[in-house]
Design a protein around this ligand. Sequence first.
Ligand code: T5A
Length: 200
Amino acid sequence: MYEKEFDRKGRLICFEGIDRSGKSSQIEILSLYLIVKNIPYVIIKFPTNETYPGREINKFLKGEIFINPDKVDLYFTSDRLEMYGEIKRLLKEGTWVICDRYVYSGIAYGNTALYFNTLEFGKVVRPDLVIFMDVQYEDVKNRKDFGKEIYEEKNRLERVYKNFLKLFEDKDFIKIIDGRKGIREISEEIEKEIEGIFTK
Ligand code: T5A
């Protein structure tokens, strides 16, 4: 699935989890940590607003436009495909890239993703670390703003959660974090993981 290795000076950290699992909150805390360490970084949230497909998906998720489910998956993939070159460029120059969702969301959420994700094979920049925020629908259904977006419903998120677990079985660069803990406790665990990849 991954792009062939290249000389990277930066590190690629990806966050995954179901909707409202706490990714953005942790990324905000991690960015403060990187500032203190004087590490240049960029945050990329997928779907982005940088590409045409990304902007269309963002409208779709808010219910502003309708897009056929197959086409939505294709758009998620296209959005990432447009960004992989930029991620590679940043890593080569020494900037860390923090992704809020990545190819794994494409697979876990996909309607027909197994087909469209084959388009990404060989292009995905391999992460140095994937943090999976391990929470289920029942844990997040009462979190602020839950239910405002089109995919935030029980059946879908239960399916997505199971897909994530299957995907992350036996992968050495995945760290599964209990996302039911408090925000501060989680961020301390994440910092320890980050310390571990400085020396890699
Ligand atoms: N999608 C995405 C696909 O279908 N295919 C794809 O290929 C890709 C890339 C994106 C949607 O698109 C789908 C997945 C999604 O359905 P989005 O709006 O970007 O939509 O959704 P999310 O990525 O899920 O972003 P959210 O903002 O909804 O969730 P976060 O970032 O995981 O959570 P966060 O940090 O904003 O926290 C949510 C709330 O919970 C609280 C926070 O204070 C906040 O109120 N919270 C906690 N509460 C208790 N304990 C904790 N530990 C907490 N951590 C945070």
